[in-house]
Design a protein around this ligand. Structure first.
Ligand code: NOJ
Length: 562
């Protein structure tokens, strides 16, 4: 197989590099804006690779940069084998891959197989064709119910609010589990898989090291598209109410566990067994992942990580069977409250769900779909303090970690004015759900005023708050006590220290409110989420999230020892 860009990332040394890698999620719109139009672009990433190499990550995951009307931040793809002009072109992509590899960084790109944009040529053709025409069969068109077919074909809600069906001009309805501008593909049509295989090979031939597969638990739907049971609809409503109160993450407790039942954390849908929700985790999805794997197996040292919001551990484990995906995101840590018992439970279940298939666990504290963890952990000084401890926790765990851009700067969500909001959830919810823009504000790089070096100008597609002047990468790089310095040291230790090795965690007894575990290589990580100090476990301190004194681990702090 020809690979146009020589692999020089971590894959060069270890074909299974991803099992322990730290990957950094780059939200292309918000990372670096080389052409100063207010939106990030591929050249803006290439220019900033020194920073990522200095930070010490092993690779980058690029969110979609394909031609898109941006109805859902690029997850509405009009052409999966090209670059949106606002982000650059294929030559810019090739430059980025080559430069990343020469910095020793792997490149993982997003693919979006559950749906396309409504501007994809297939969908334009489907709309132009009539009911029953083969062009319609690439999507999920159905006649409506009721008099004149004026009712949607079933009761499925869309993840972004409202029904999951939109009526075309000729009266048929099409399915969109996300926005109406994101029609769902019909995975029963073999052309759909052939096209995904083509897309995978296209980017592999340009040198990418892997894929992040969007909504990897979606795609396959039962042929009869049965109604959702009433309990699931009720549960959806309860989650919608929680979102309105903006306490989605704060309110979970043992009897109302967070749901990974459906698509996005922005709209988790169900705390019931997801088998009750026919929209997700249909068994037929595994045939698709096997086909993806067959493509990847012809390109040595490449990988796929699925975005899999499935709560049942056994069912989650199925996505990473040896002939399916290499990894599945596991959002338990992200959904856990800041308390030792919840965090430990998340870790135990995550490790167990992957161990059954021999896959490596993945750890995520934040991404472009959820409030940043500084905010979820209480915001302000408390949120930052806990996020520092969270970094020690996440990076001590076996498997791979996926950092969200800005985690390393300790950014919190930004309170944006209504008029700049772009997330489709804002409009679709009738302005009750603000959506995910608050975590997507362009990064502050340098200087004292916006756009803080994101570009050479003063504005960006989402406005940065003036107080980010204290959090720029340039300022933090020179401050040994900064979040950035903490991440650099942790990543350095993780790469170099022999104690940070071995694929399991062995739990230590710990006082109420605290937890401690040991990696087989000898690293001990202790975290105190309680309000009073606890004694440090025995050992030599490698690093701590706050200064230590008197052999104690203070509240909201973590430590690594050997
Ligand atoms: C998951 C992506 O992370 C999210 O941003 C997007 O809105 C949905 N999938 C739909 O593609």
């Amino acid at each position: 197989m020809h690979r146009s860009v020589a692999a020089g990332g971590p894959s060069a040394a270890d074909p299974e590099w991803f099992r322990t890698a730290v990957l950094y999620e780059v939200y292309v719109r918000s990372f670096g804006d080389a052409n100063n139009d207010g939106t990030g672009d591929l050249d803006g990433i290439t220019e900033r690779l020194d920073y990522l190499a200095m930070l010490g990550v092993d690779g980058i995951w690029l969110t979609p940069f394909y031609p898109s009307p941006m109805a859902d931040g690029g997850y509405d793809v009009a052409d999966p084998r090209a670059v949106d002009p606002s982000f650059g072109d294929l030559a810019a992509f090739d430059r980025l891959v080559e430069a990343a590899h020469s910095h020793g960084l792997a490149v993982v790109v997003d693919v979006v197989p559950n749906h396309t944009s409504d501007r994809h040529e297939w969908f334009t053709a489907a709309l132009a064709a009539g009911p029953g025409d083969p062009e319609r069969d690439r999507y999920i068109f159905r006649p409506g119910k009721g008099a004149d077919g004026a009712e949607p074909p079933n009761n499925w809600p869309s993840v972004f609010g409202g029904p999951a069906w939109h009526r075309a001009a000729d009266g048929e309805w099409y399915l969109h589990l996300f926005a109406p501008e994101q029609p769902d593909l019909n995975w029963a049509n073999p052309e759909v898989l052939a096209d995904l295989e083509h897309t995978l090979r296209f980017w592999l031939d340009r040198g990418v090291d892997g894929f992040r597969i969007d909504v990897a638990h979606g795609m396959a739907k039962p042929a009869d598209l049965p109604d959702l049971p009433e309990e699931v609809i009720e549960q959806q409503k309860r989650w919608a109410e929680m979102r309105e109160r903006e306490d989605l993450f704060a309110e979970h407790d043992a009897d109302t566990p967070p749901s990974e039942g459906e698509g996005d954390a922005v709209v988790p849908s169900s705390d019931l067994d997801e088998a009750a929700d026919p929209r997700w985790d249909n068994d037929a999805v595994h045939d698709i992942h096997r086909a993806v794997r067959r493509v990847l197996d012809r390109y040595p040292a490449t990988m796929a990580v699925g975005e899999v919001w499935v709560r049942n551990d056994e069912r989650l484990g199925r996505y990473v069977r040896p002939d399916e995906l290499h990894q599945a995101f596991n959002f338990r840590l992200l959904m856990a409250k800041w308390n030792a018992a919840d965090l430990r439970d998340a870790i135990e279940k995550s490790v167990a769900s992957m161990a059954a298939s021999g896959a490596s666990p993945t750890w995520v504290l934040s991404n472009h779909d959820v409030p940043r963890h500084v905010t979820r952990y209480g915001g302000g000084a408390q949120g930052v303090r806990r996020a520092r401890a969270g970094a020690l926790l996440e990076l001590a765990l076996p498997g791979s970690a996926y950092l969200w851009q800005g985690d390393e700067l300790g950014l919190a969500d930004v309170d944006l004015p209504d008029e700049v909001l772009q997330d489709p959830a804002w409009e679709r919810s009738g302005h009750t759900i603000r959506g995910r823009d608050g975590c997507r504000v362009p990064l502050p790089w340098s200087g004292d005023v916006p756009a803080f070096g994101f570009n050479a100008g003063t504005t960006s597609w989402l406005p940065q708050p003036p107080e980010w002047s204290a959090l720029t990468a340039a300022r933090q790089a020179e401050d040994p006590a900064s979040m950035l310095s903490l991440y650099r040291t942790l990543l350095d230790l993780r790469r170099e220290h022999p104690a940070i090795s071995g694929g399991t965690v062995e739990w230590y007894g710990a006082p109420e409110g605290a937890m401690a575990f040991r990696r087989p290589g000898g690293l001990i990580c202790a975290v105190n989420t309680g309000s009073t100090p606890v004694p440090l476990p025995p050992g030599e301190v490698l690093i701590s999230s706050v200064p230590l004194a008197g052999g104690q681990l203070p509240s909201d702090a973590a430590v690594w020892l050997i």
